[in-house]
Structure formats: C-alpha cells, structure tokens
Design a protein. Structure first.
Length: 59
C-alpha cells in the first residue's frame, strides 16, 4: 500500500474484523497496520519482496 499521507484516516485501511480504521505501526518499527479496537494486524507487502527471480511460475 502506498498513500500520500499515511496518517490520513481517510487513506488508512479498514479492519476486516470490526470495521474500525486501522493505524500504521511505523513509530514502533513494525511494517504493519493495527486496529486499535480489536488488535487485528495487517502486514505491509513490499514491492521488492513481491519481485522474484523465479519467473518460471507462468511457464
């Protein structure tokens, strides 16, 4: 996920568990968003991790 302003509540994801706006845990050094209501965490995907040398998957 990439947003212009990561602290803008309108740009933050909604918790799939309880429907509350999730907040980034970047201040704690964790690459994830957390729901302050129920504690659900969603890890951020990294573009570099998604790119792989294993392109044989579609062959």
């Amino acid at each position: 996920m990439s947003y212009r302003d990561p602290y803008d509540d309108d740009a933050q994801p909604i918790c799939p568990s309880c429907g509350v706006t999730m907040h980034p845990l970047i201040d704690e050094g964790i690459d994830a968003d957390e729901c302050r209501e129920c504690g659900f965490r969603a890890a951020w995907s990294h573009a570099q991790a998604a790119e792989s040398d294993d392109d044989d998957m579609w062959a």
